[in-house]
Design a protein around this ligand. Structure first.
Ligand code: ZN
Length: 257
């Protein structure tokens, strides 16, 4: 009996060894470190995004990528477009790549015949779009989601001038370190404070400027700029660093004005 028990113990030990042993057919260990971003603007930056994930190949092979340099301005019918922005509860989120202001869905815009809900506002330094080859110190993106997976981005370039006092309160809430979204009590703002006074704009068909670079975005680039002081822009850049994708080939796309 003792011999049989010993034999079972030996078998059990051998089985355990086989299970825990390392086989060459094992899949490679998965990197589950939540603190390690899958892409960034440095070592995993824009010139490598297309090679990081097969689903992001279009970042390199796409024909209508964003941002672009806006210099060719044929005059065409640009379509109907209106803002329906109103005071919104904003949740602020530093995800290590940008500062995101997540909205409560109270604001929207109408483009052509569709209504697009404003889902978030985020920031880039320097600008992503350029005008006649010229970069601006920063750019604000308003992300809108429409029907049938349509996406519309409004881009506002930031220009350095006097302090924008309307932004003083909200800029003070931007967290310097990445972390969970923060719902700040009483954090109600009209997203229009990030818009310039003028309402003329360029329009073209493009993509997300971050992975996976999906080419389903109608871009509205405002011709007037948002004014901020150099101190305000420096504060933004101190938090986010340089987080812009370089301009991409226009490839014959029409830019409406
Ligand atoms: Zn953006």
């Amino acid at each position: 009996m003792q011999t049989v028990k010993a034999l079972f113990s030996l078998l059990a030990a051998l089985t355990l060894l086989a299970v825990s042993g390392c086989d060459s057919n094992d899949p490679p260990p998965v990197d589950n470190d939540p603190g390690e971003p899958t892409w960034d603007y440095a070592n995993k930056g824009p010139d490598r995004w297309m090679n990081i994930d097969p689903a992001w190949a279009i970042c390199g092979s796409g024909e209508r990528q964003s941002p672009i340099d806006i210099s060719v301005l044929p005059t065409t019918d640009i379509g109907d477009w209106t803002f329906n922005y109103s005071s919104s509860r904003l949740t602020v989120h530093n995800d290590s790549k940008s500062i995101h202001l997540l909205t409560d869905g109270a604001s929207s815009m109408t483009l052509d015949v569709d209504t697009y809900s404003l889902s978030e506002i985020h920031f880039h330094t320097t600008s992503e779009h350029t005008i006649d080859g010229n970069y601006f110190p920063g750019e604000v993106h308003f992300v809108h989601e429409g029907p049938d997976g349509k996406v519309a981005y409004v881009a506002v370039l930031i220009q350095t001038a006097e302090e924008n006092k309307a932004l003083t309160g909200i800029l003070a809430e931007f967290p310097a370190e990445p972390g969970d979204p923060t719902d700040v009590f009483g954090f109600f703002y009209d997203p229009s404070i990030f818009l310039p006074s003028g309402r003329t704009f360029y329009r073209y068909d493009g993509s997300l400027t971050t992975p996976g670079c999906t080419e389903n975005v109608t871009w509205i680039v405002m011709q007037d700029q948002l004014i901020m002081s150099s101190d305000q822009i420096s504060a933004l850049r101190a938090i986010m660093g340089l987080n812009f994708r370089p301009t991409q080939p226009v490839n014959g796309r029409v830019i409406s004005q």
